[in-house]
Design a binder for this molecule. Structure first.
Ligand code: HEC
Ligand code: HEC
Ligand code: HEC
Length: 452
C-alpha cells in the first residue's frame, strides 16, 4: 500500500507541475437564484438527476436529500460528498450556473479548489450545456438544508488537492463527445426485434438515434463505467478495458460486456426491467451499490432507460467458442446427496436458505424468483458477490417481499459462510470450486466494507 501511494503521489505531482493546481474563484451570487425557474426546465433537470443518481452519493444514511455527508470509500481513504442543496452558507446556493458548469465539466469548486474524481465529473463533463443548465435549475429548486460534510480521511499526500491537477492532465477529457458513428458491429435494424418488417430504413435510423442517446447517457450523466470499468493504480478507469468489470465498496460490478454469455443470455427487456425495478426474471435482483442506482433509475423516463439498455446490449463481446459461463446445472443434479466435504454447507443451506432458494421452495415462486443457478454471483470467477450477498442480504423495501434476503453477517461465522458458499457453488454452478475459499478468505471479504 505504502509503495503504491508513493508511486501515485510522485506521478500526480510530476503531472501537476505542468498544469494549474488552483483555478480562479467564481464570484458568489449575493442572493440565491430563483427557486422557481421554468417548471418544464426543472422537470428536465429532475430527469438528469435521476439518471445521474446524484441523490445516492449526496445523501447520508439518515440525512436530508442532497445535503451531503455520505463517505465514499476509496483505496486512498474516505471522501465525503458535500452539500449540494441551494443553502447560501453550507450548500451551493451562492453558485452561478457558470460555477456549477465548471464543477461538472472540470471538477473545480466555486472557490477554485480542485474536486476529487470520486465525484464522477470525468463522466459529467460529457453532458451538453443545455443539460447542465436544466440540472442546475432542478438543484436550485430543492429545499435548502444547512449541513456541512465531515472532513475527508485521505492518506498523506493525497489529501493535498492540487495533486488532482496532475490526475486531470493525465485522464480528464473535457466536454461532450463529438459525432460518434453507430458502429457496424451494433445489431442491425433487421435483427432488432422491435423493427417492423417493411419499415427497415426508419427502424435503422430509430435504432441509431436510440443508440446515440444511450451512449450519451451511459458515458455521461449515468456514469456506468465509474463502477463497471477496472481502475488503474491512480484510480482512473482503464481505457483499454471499458466496462470489463470493477470492484467497489466490497462488491464486484460485473462486466457489462458479457451479458450475452450469462447462463441465460440477457435480453433488452430484462435489462430494462433490471435497471428500473432492480429485478430481472431469469437473472435476479440488484443488490449492494447497484440497488440504489436502480432506485434512482426508477424515477427516470422509460425511453431513457431503454436507450441505456440498447447501448449496453451493443457492448457485448462475441461469444467465444467455449463460453466463459458454463451452462446452469440441470435441476435433477440438485437432488443428489452432497459429497462429505460439503455436508456442513448442505445442512446449513437446508436450514437457512432452502425456504427461499430450493427449486420447490414456497417463497421461490414469489415474484418469479430465478434459481441461484441463473445468477451472476454463483457463476462468477470470484466468490466476492456471493459472500457479500450472504453477509449483507437485500434490505427490506416496504412492499417488495420478493426481493428481500436477510443479512446473515451476524448469524454465521466466517467458516460457516465459507461452507455455505462452497456448497452453493457446487450445487448451483457447473463451474469448478472457488479456489481457497475458506474462513480467512471470508474474513477478508467481510473487512472490505467494515466501517472505519
Ligand atoms: C459516486 C458518488 C457521486 C455521485 C453519483 C454524484 N456526486 Fe457530486 N460529489 C461527490 C463527492 C464525493 C463530492 C466531493 C468531492 C470533493 O470534495 O473533492 C461531490 C461534489 C459535488 C459538487 C461540488 C460541490 C462543492 O461544494 O464543491 C457538485 C456541484 C456536485 N457534486 C454535484 C453533483 C450532481 C449534480 C450529481 C448528479 C448528476 C452528483 N454530484 C453525483 C460524489 C458524487
Ligand atoms: C455505484 C456503482 C455502480 C454504478 C454507478 C452502476 N453499477 Fe451496475 N452494478 C454495480 C454492482 C456492484 C453490481 C453487482 C450487484 C449484484 O450482484 O447484485 C452491478 C450489477 C449490474 C448489472 C447486473 C450484471 C449481472 O451480470 O448480473 C447490470 C446489468 C448493471 N449493473 C448495469 C449498470 C448500468 C447500465 C449502469 C449505468 C446506468 C450501472 N450498472 C451503474 C455497481 C454499479
Ligand atoms: C427470505 C428469502 C431468502 C433467504 C432465506 C435467503 N435468500 Fe438468498 N436471495 C433471496 C432473494 C430475493 C435474492 C435476490 C434474487 C436473486 O438474485 O435470485 C437472493 C439472492 C441470493 C444470491 C445471489 C444470486 C445472484 O447471483 O444474484 C445468493 C448467492 C444467495 N441469495 C444465497 C443465499 C444463501 C446462501 C442463503 C442462506 C444462508 C440465502 N440466500 C437465504 C432471498 C433469500
Amino acid at each position: 500500500m505504502k509503495g503504491k501511494i508513493v508511486f501515485v503521489a510522485v506521478t500526480l505531482g510530476a503531472a501537476a507541475g505542468l498544469s494549474r493546481a488552483w483555478e480562479p474563484v467564481i464570484s458568489p451570487l449575493s442572493a440565491p437564484p430563483s427557486r422557481s425557474a421554468d417548471a418544464t426546465q426543472i422537470e428536465r433537470g429532475a430527469r438528469l438527476a435521476a439518471l445521474g443518481d446524484c441523490i445516492v452519493c449526496h445523501t447520508s444514511a439518515h440525512g436530508k436529500p442532497y445535503a451531503g455527508g455520505r463517505p465514499l470509500e476509496t483505496p486512498f481513504g474516505a471522501i465525503y460528498a458535500t452539500n449540494i442543496t441551494p443553502d447560501m452558507q453550507t450548500g451551493i446556493g451562492d453558485w452561478s450556473l457558470d460555477a456549477f458548469r465548471r464543477a461538472l465539466r472540470d471538477g473545480v469548486s466555486r472557490d477554485g479548489h480542485l474536486l476529487y474524481p470520486a465525484f464522477p465529473y470525468p463522466h459529467f463533463t460529457r453532458m451538453t450545456d443545455g443539460d447542465i443548465a436544466d440540472l442546475y435549475a432542478f438543484m436550485m429548486s430543492r429545499a435548502p438544508v444547512q449541513a456541512t460534510a465531515p472532513p475527508n480521511h485521505l492518506v498523506f499526500p493525497l489529501n493535498f488537492r492540487p495533486l488532482v491537477a496532475g490526475w486531470n492532465m493525465l485522464y480528464l477529457k473535457r466536454g461532450p463527445e463529438q459525432g460518434v458513428a453507430v458502429p457496424a458491429s451494433a445489431p442491425s435494424a433487421a435483427s432488432d426485434p422491435r423493427a417492423d418488417a417493411g419499415n427497415a430504413p426508419n427502424a435503422a435510423s430509430a435504432y441509431a438515434v436510440q443508440w446515440q442517446l444511450g451512449r450519451y447517457l451511459v458515458n455521461g450523466v449515468a456514469h456506468c463505467a465509474a463502477c463497471h470499468t477496472p481502475l488503474n493504480k491512480l484510480g482512473a478507469e482503464k481505457r483499454d478495458a471499458p466496462f470489463a468489470g470493477g470492484t467497489l465498496e466490497g462488491w464486484d460490478a460485473p462486466a457489462l460486456t458479457k451479458l450475452s454469455q450469462a447462463p441465460t443470455p440477457w435480453t433488452q427487456a430484462q435489462l430494462v426491467s433490471y435497471l428500473r425495478t432492480g429485478f430481472a426474471s431469469q437473472h435476479g435482483a440488484a443488490a449492494g451499490p447497484m440497488r440504489p442506482v436502480t432506485q434512482s433509475l426508477a424515477q427516470a423516463p422509460l425511453e431513457d432507460v431503454d436507450a441505456i439498455a440498447t447501448y449496453v446490449m451493443s457492448l457485448q463481446t462475441p461469444t467465444a467458442a467455449t463460453p466463459t459461463a458454463a451452462p446452469a446445472r440441470p435441476a435433477d443434479l440438485e437432488q443428489l446427496a452432497p459429497p462429505a466435504a460439503l455436508a456442513t454447507g448442505a445442512t446449513l443451506f437446508n436450514a437457512a436458505c432452502a425456504s427461499c432458494h430450493s427449486i420447490a421452495a414456497p417463497m421461490s415462486t414469489q415474484g418469479d424468483r430465478p434459481s441461484l443457478a441463473q445468477g451472476t454471483a454463483v457463476n462468477a470467477d470470484s466468490p466476492r458477490n456471493a459472500v457479500r450477498m450472504m453477509l449483507d442480504g437485500i434490505d427490506w423495501h416496504g412492499s417488495d417481499a420478493a426481493h428481500f434476503m436477510p443479512s446473515f453477517a451476524q448469524t454465521f461465522t466466517d467458516a460457516q459462510i465459507a461452507d455455505l458458499a462452497n456448497y452453493t457453488r457446487a450445487r448451483f454452478s457447473a463451474r469448478g470450486p472457488w479456489p481457497g475459499l475458506d474462513a480467512a478468505a471470508v474474513a477478508r471479504i467481510r473487512k472490505e466494507t467494515a466501517k472505519p
